[in-house]
Design a protein around this ligand. Structure first.
Ligand SMILES: [Zn+2]
Length: 111
């Protein structure tokens, strides 16, 4: 959201105290300095928060998806009827363990 100078109509940045076009004090026309700082800080916190949320969700997925793979693999192995599904089950478990290992290593590397 952009603000405009009440004297000349020049477009102003949110934290501007003086108009860069006419040089007049515009601080009392825009919101107060402290609330501007708070707005900026809030925006930063929100960005940081969403970034953190994405990271957390990413790690949860990285850890959960291999677990789902592991469960599916075990399910396929425990089926007695089909030897082919047993082979797929072993492959899925192996793949899950590899993915899990790499996501775990990445998590360790990040910290
Ligand atoms: Zn102006």
């Amino acid at each position: 959201m952009s603000k405009f100078c009440p004297f000349c109509g020049e477009k102003l940045v949110d934290e501007a105290k003086f108009c860069k076009n006419c040089g007049k004090d515009v601080s009392k026309y825009t919101s107060t300095d402290t609330s501007n700082d708070e707005d900026y800080g809030y925006g930063m916190r929100v960005a940081e928060k969403s970034h953190t949320a994405a990271t957390v969700i990413g790690f949860i997925c990285a850890f959960l998806i291999p677990i789902i793979g592991l469960i599916m693999g075990i399910y396929l192995i425990t089926r007695k009827d089909n030897s082919k599904s047993k082979g797929f089950g072993i492959a899925i478990i192996a793949l899950s363990v590899i993915v899990w290992f790499f996501s775990f290593m990445t998590a360790m590397y990040m910290y």
